[in-house]
Design a protein around this ligand. Structure first.
Ligand SMILES: Nc1ncnc2c1ncn2[C@@H]1O[C@H](COP(=O)(O)OP(=O)(O)OP(=O)(O)O)[C@@H](O)[C@H]1O
Length: 470
């Protein structure tokens, strides 16, 4: 061994050393071969000749190695003197993991190369390869999420999936809205993609590089809404922070402010919002100074604002300010033709970063069309996720797998739930909660106020939970 270190002229693999190591490598590997400096075979062991399917190993001695092993890189090793420590070589549709080393004479000149087949079967490497693939997928997903976070949005127009005439019309209007710096009102039932669209409009607008700030009016307690919107001046009230606290208007300055569930805005705040929009100025709580703001407003609601105006719970002047460009998003039941592409996109999202490949058969998609989807695409996502969890046939969802989890007129076929493997308690509790929420929404035909009452929770808690389910 010391020869390896004493010999300074090259990395020092002498013929003697190679000969000493040969028996050990030969035994441990699935085959070994040696070539001279002209890359002609000088030696091959029996296991390699069997692996290559040769009848008589003696017949290949003296032949150029590429004639016998077309994809070998031994000539390259002989020419460059650089070992190829790990390589995958294809031979007769077989993948061989090989290592190739040059060897030298006593004067330090290359006299040939040796190669060993480390594995003739990649099976033992499968865990390593799949771990590598998983890490690679995680990295890609993290990079994608980071890129979107940097823009302040998670969605772009491509994320609004659908090719039906109804979906295309929505996208056409969204593009139109993006090109004009004017307020937009998005109308649609719960889970139809109003937030997806709001973010997409921002992402393709001239304000894309500026912040996108969203606020859900129904999720913020009424007494905190004003501070949330307009911010708080230092020491505005007892217990208030000594520092200025910016409101959503200041945070969105230069960018887009998304008002989700605008129909839930209390009347006093409606008056203040109207003033802010008319004057382009806001007054933080406890301050007597006005601050100029420049935001593009996108509002959304699942409620009938015209009916609210009629009963006096929504100001008509604010409605006309917000509704400069209106985009109506149809419920899923009116664009069932999009079910196939939606399933493909949602299953892709659900499985991203996991070792799952969710797919659905045509019969599975047809089964989904039997339902009227009060919770729309959010509910579709949850149904697919549950079907995958319950699926006993791998990752392919057929009609049976769908019918097992599809709500039937608000009633779930609880008795049909098959026995399945024990899962973490938190996951079981989360699924049960999602199921209860969906059942309540189905029973109340998507009316969240009623659903929250039925579940015995506040609307804001229901919103929080729905946001987590998205
Ligand atoms: N057209 C669509 N294509 C792909 N995914 C969609 C689409 N619409 C909605 N989703 C998905 O459905 C879920 C709910 O979407 P989103 O929050 O935008 O709905 P929403 O109409 O704002 O609901 P809510 O009124 O309850 O806030 C999200 O997971 C979103 O990714």
């Amino acid at each position: 061994m010391s020869e390896l270190f004493i010999n300074k002229n090259k990395s020092g693999l002498t013929r003697n050393l190679i000969e000493a190591l040969f028996p050990m490598f030969e035994e441990a590997s699935a085959g070994a071969i040696a070539v001279d400096r002209d890359s002609q075979i000088t030696w091959i062991n029996t296991s390699y000749s069997h692996l290559l399917g040769l009848d008589d190993a003696a017949k290949v001695i003296g032949k150029p190695v590429r004639q016998v092993i077309p994809h070998t890189r031994m000539p390259e090793v002989v020419q460059t003197g650089k070992p190829l420590l790990l390589d995958i070589m294809e031979h007769n549709q077989q993948q061989l993991v090989v290592t190739r080393l040059p060897y030298y004479d006593e004067a330090g000149a290359i006299v040939g190369a040796v190669a060993f087949v480390l594995y003739d079967d990649l099976q033992p490497l499968t865990p390593l390869v799949s771990k590598y693939r998983r890490l690679h997928q995680d990295l890609a997903a993290a990079r994608k999420a980071l890129a979107k976070k940097a823009r302040g949005t998670r969605y772009s127009l491509g994320d609004f999936v659908g090719g039906s005439p109804e979906a295309l019309e929505v996208k056409r209007k969204a593009r139109l809205a993006a090109g004009r710096d004017m307020p937009v009102l998005l109308l649609g039932e719960t889970g139809t993609g109003k937030e997806v669209l709001a973010q997409a409009i921002h992402a393709v607008s001239a304000r894309a590089e500026k912040p996108f700030v969203g606020v859900n009016l129904a999720a913020v307690p009424e007494n905190l809404l004003e501070a949330e919107f307009f911010g708080v001046a230092p020491g505005a009230y007892t217990g208030a922070d000594r520092r200025t606290r910016d409101g959503k208007f200041q945070l969105a300055n230069g960018g887009t402010l998304f008002l989700d569930e605008v129909g839930d805005m209390p009347l006093p705040l409606q008056a203040k919002l109207l003033r802010a929009l008319q004057e382009g100025e806001i007054e933080p709580l406890g301050s007597n100074k006005v601050v100029s703001v420049d935001v593009r407003l996108i509002a959304a609601t699942s409620r009938n604002l015209e009916a609210m105006i009629a009963d006096g719970s929504f100001r008509s002047d604010l409605y006309y300010r917000l509704n400069v460009l209106e985009v109506s998003i149809p419920p899923l039941r009116e664009r069932l033709g999009d079910l196939g592409v939606l399933c493909e996109a949602l299953l892709g999202e659900i499985c991203e970063g996991q070792d799952l490949r969710g797919e659905i058969t045509d019969a599975g998609v047809a089964a989904l069309a039997n339902y009227d989807w009060p919770g729309n695409i959010r509910e579709l996502r949850n149904v697919l996720e549950r079907a995958l969890t319950m699926s006993e046939d791998g990752d392919l969802l057929d009609a049976d797998a769908i019918f097992k989890v599809l709500p039937k007129g608000g009633q779930r076929p609880v008795a049909q739930t098959p026995a399945r493997a024990v899962r973490p308690l938190a996951r079981i509790v989360a699924d049960a909660e999602a199921q209860a929420i969906e059942e309540a929404l189905v029973a109340c035909r998507g009316n969240r106020t009623k659903a929250a009452r039925l579940l015995g929770i506040s609307r804001s808690v229901l919103y929080e939970k729905l946001a987590k389910m998205s």
